[in-house]
Write a protein that binds this ligand. Structure first.
Ligand code: DHB
Length: 308
């Protein structure tokens, strides 16, 4: 079985979409619900709906993808309404609500609305959008991040996790983990896209926003994703679970994320390329690896990466 849990929330399968892919509206989210995935996360919602950046803003490459979507979304109320409806129709399931404000004030307004609502799922605060011109990736500024989380946990009492950008320096892993360990986070999600890469075809960039700069996903980023999952697994309080995201094309890739410590695994670029049938394929590939090795549950090997 590939069952898993985050805190007291149980999931029939450890796989889900990565925020941004197959989660813009009810139609896309329903396709994930009806796939082999264990749950979904919504597109990151802002207070007001947003059209996002000019197109083309997403491009597949042989080894992955580049995007500069700019947080196109239908607005907080749309996703909350749908999530509340699902609590009635699917009372046995838990879904993730991704959020971030366009300002600190907006982020608090959003989280206060969640706190005051009947939403009983898990909230993912996106601290790592690389694509809104002029707005830095919040989690690269640990002082701002610590202040933000301090303020949030003064009123927010529901399960909360954060979506992180990749870090690239051991000292940054140490510093970031020390901040996250101060808070009752349910999980961290490693990693968002590697921000501000540049893909060129012939003599041109391939996406319009920011003269072609955008977040990189897919095969390119698996080593970075695995390093972040494992670095935080070794540093965080065990009550803070880890969602592994980045470069999952196959069951083997998922196996490696779990070996590094991931309790759930998200699929972004591959889901965009293949559609929701990817969940069944990758789940079956992971189960075949587990069978061959004699592992009955993901807890049998989670975090048990071997060193030389
Ligand atoms: C977008 C991209 C991201 O990687 C992210 O975390 C949030 C938003 C976007 O451009 O929409």
């Amino acid at each position: 079985t590939t069952k898993t849990h985050i805190g007291n929330f149980k999931f029939e399968n450890c796989f889900m979409n990565a925020a941004g892919v197959y989660c813009y509206d009810r139609n896309e989210l329903e396709q994930v619900i009806n796939s082999a995935a264990g749950t979904f996360v919504t597109k990151t919602a802002t207070l007001q709906s947003r059209p996002g950046n000019p197109e083309p803003r997403y491009h597949d490459t042989a080894l992955g993808s580049i995007n500069s979507m700019g947080l196109p979304n239908l607005g907080f109320d749309y996703y909350l309404d749908y999530l509340l409806e699902l609590q009635k129709t699917h009372p046995d399931r838990t879904f993730f609500f991704s959020l971030v404000g366009m300002s600190t004030e907006d982020t608090h307004a959003l989280l206060k609305k969640v706190q005051e609502s009947d939403f009983n799922g898990i909230t993912e605060l996106n601290l790592s959008c690389p694509n809104v011109p002029g707005k830095p990736q919040i989690a690269y500024d640990l002082e701002t991040t610590e202040k933000l989380l301090t303020d949030i946990f003064s009123y927010f009492k529901k399960p909360l996790g954060v979506k992180l950008p990749p870090y690239f320096d051991i000292v940054h892993f140490d510093q970031a983990a020390a901040v996250f360990n101060k808070f009752p986070l349910s999980f961290i999600n490693c990693v968002n896209s590697i921000g501000n890469g540049l893909v060129i075809e012939d003599e041109s960039v391939v996406i319009k926003p920011k003269n072609g700069f955008g977040g990189i996903g897919g095969e390119y980023i698996k080593p970075t994703a695995l390093a972040n999952v494992h670095a935080f697994y070794k540093r965080l309080n065990p009550s803070i679970k880890i969602i592994g995201t980045g470069g999952v094309l196959t069951g083997q890739d998922a196996f490696e994320h779990i070996l590094c410590g991931a309790s759930m695994v998200q699929i972004g670029t591959t889901l965009h390329k293949e559609g929701p049938a990817a969940f069944e394929r990758i789940t079956n590939e992971l189960k075949a690896i587990m069978d061959k090795k004699g592992y009955k549950t993901i807890e049998d090997f989670r975090g048990k990466l071997k060193y030389l």
